[in-house]
Design a protein around this ligand. Structure first.
Ligand code: BES
Ligand code: ZN
Length: 456
């Protein structure tokens, strides 16, 4: 059977596939940092060359930010669009890495072989699972599987600022029957999963300014406004004693989980003690009356991602700082409008800013939550294909993270998105020592071959 020949080809060529992934991982395509702009372009060009070699009509398409990579195959039948992102998160703190984040290597660990590098899991390793499945398919069949569009973004990790205009300007070209996204994970690192809910994200940076320069805290302390004191009060005001967020109107439009979804999640028997235990914690810290799975998948949150001001270097300095800063993000669920919440948040902060203190806001992206429509029979077909590969049935799961494009496929292009990925909870994405299991890479490629066979 030809699927078996494709799977065998994947097994035989895993070393070469790993080498290709390494070449992509060596390019430091950190989208949020302007210093890496040329590297983002280089990663896009590398992908265009790889896609062209595979027989796609591919190009790097300029945007005001980083290029989009778009490739089309000429085949017939159901038109599938595959999405992944070639940009990666910054690597700091660099001193916590065991090796150069952009010098990938396969390492033996007690839990198996891993590919260690920034982007190994999020998302270069994942996007290459799809391209490698296409490569093996083409080798066996002499042609790519059906009609495919490949769409790779270089700004996913920095809020996707160019995405909506690009999708609007190229809607006809990008519209397909179904989108496939490989940027999520397995369930509890072991079970194949199709993600049906993603949270949205609202990012805000606030800067509070008090005196017009840093002051001696002995000379001025007591009499002068300290913006760090104001900032910490604002941050502390964002949650009540039950873990609920206090921004006015924050829960407007938020609904309870549908019973069917609640039942699916209960059947997953999520082990939150292990989930938290793996990162050195023990007690869920969210809303008091919610289950841990709800806390991460279906409830909105507010987190402080960074806070700074004053003297933070070695030793001690009695300074009364002129400024204090915080980066704050909100994970959003269906029913919440990020733009309304941005206004509500800013108004809430403004009410807390006293005399002699000024606040400035800087926005960092706003994307709504997404709920996937899984009525297309392709979902059940893919679930079956995943079950074949992993030896256990695939589950429909939620995801606490955000992938802005998933919602835009629906709202701009009117197409459903199927989210399948092979990341594991301990991949340390966005953290030092990111890795992707060789098993995820290998079985991920095989999974896509099976899914493509099932869908074509
Ligand atoms: N791959 C992640 C999304 C994800 C996170 C999937 C956790 C599964 C588990 C994606 O690359 C990501 O990090 N998204 C950002 C989006 C943001 C920068 C707009 C996120 O969720 O923080
Ligand atoms: Zn990410």
């Amino acid at each position: 059977m030809s699927l078996n020949a494709v799977l065998a080809r994947i097994d035989e060529t895993l070393p070469e596939a790993t080498d290709r992934l390494f070449a992509l991982l060596r390019i430091p395509s950190i989208s949020t940092d302007p210093a890496y702009k040329a590297d983002c372009a280089k990663a896009a060009d590398w992908l265009v060359a790889d896609l062209s070699g595979l027989g796609f009509d591919a190009a790097a398409r300029p945007t005001p930010g980083h290029p989009m990579v778009v490739g089309h195959s000429g085949g017939e039948g159901r038109h599938l669009l595959f999405y992944g992102h070639y940009d990666v998160q910054p690597v700091d703190p660099l001193d916590l890495w065991d090796r150069d984040p952009f010098d990938p290597e396969v390492q033996d660990t007690p839990k198996g072989k891993v590919i260690r590098a920034r982007g190994a899991s999020d998302d270069k390793g994942q996007l290459m699972t799809f391209l490698e499945a296409c490569r093996a398919w083409k080798h066996v069949h002499g042609a790519l599987p059906g009609r495919l569009t490949i769409f790779l973004e270089g700004e996913e990790e920095s809020g996707s600022p160019s995405l909506v205009p690009f999708m609007q300007d190229n809607a006809e070209e990008l519209k397909a029957d179904l989108a496939l996204i490989c940027d999520t994970g397995l369930f509890e690192s072991t079970q194949p999963a199709i993600t049906t809910m993603l949270r949205g994200l609202l990012g805000e940076e606030i800067t509070l300014t008090g005196p017009d320069r840093d002051l001696h805290s002995g000379m001025y302390g007591g009499a002068a406004m300290n913006p760090i004191r104001v900032l910490t009060k604002i941050v502390a005001s964002l949650h009540d004693e039950n873990g609920r967020i206090t921004v006015p109107g924050f829960y407007d439009g938020v609904t309870e989980l549908p019973d069917t979804v609640r039942a699916q999640w209960q059947a997953l028997a999520f082990d939150y003690r292990k989930f938290l235990g793996d990162v050195g914690l023990s007690v869920p810290a969210g809303e008091h009356d919610r289950t841990p799975l709800e806390m991460i998948w279906s409830r909105p949150t507010c987190e402080v991602n960074g806070i700074w001001g004053g003297y933070t270097g070695a030793g001690f300095k009695t300074v009364l700082p002129a400024q204090a800063h915080a980066k704050i993000s909100f994970r959003l669920v269906p029913g919440q409008d990020p733009h309304v919440l941005r206004d509500n948040f800013r108004n809430h902060v403004r009410t807390m800013v006293p005399f002699d203190c000024e606040v400035a806001f800087h926005e960092h992206g706003a994307s709504p939550a997404g709920v996937m429509d899984i009525s297309d029979p392709a979902f059940e077909a893919a679930r079956g294909a995943l079950g074949e590969e992993w030896g256990r049935p695939a589950s429909y799961v939620g995801c606490g993270g955000s992938i802005p494009i998933a919602g835009f496929f629906q709202s701009i292009l009117g197409m459903d998105a199927m989210l399948i990925g092979f990341g594991k909870d301990d991949d340390q994405i966005h953290s030092p020592n990111e890795k992707y299991d060789v098993e995820s890479f290998h079985k991920g490629i095989r999974s896509w071959a099976r899914i493509l066979a099932a869908l074509s």
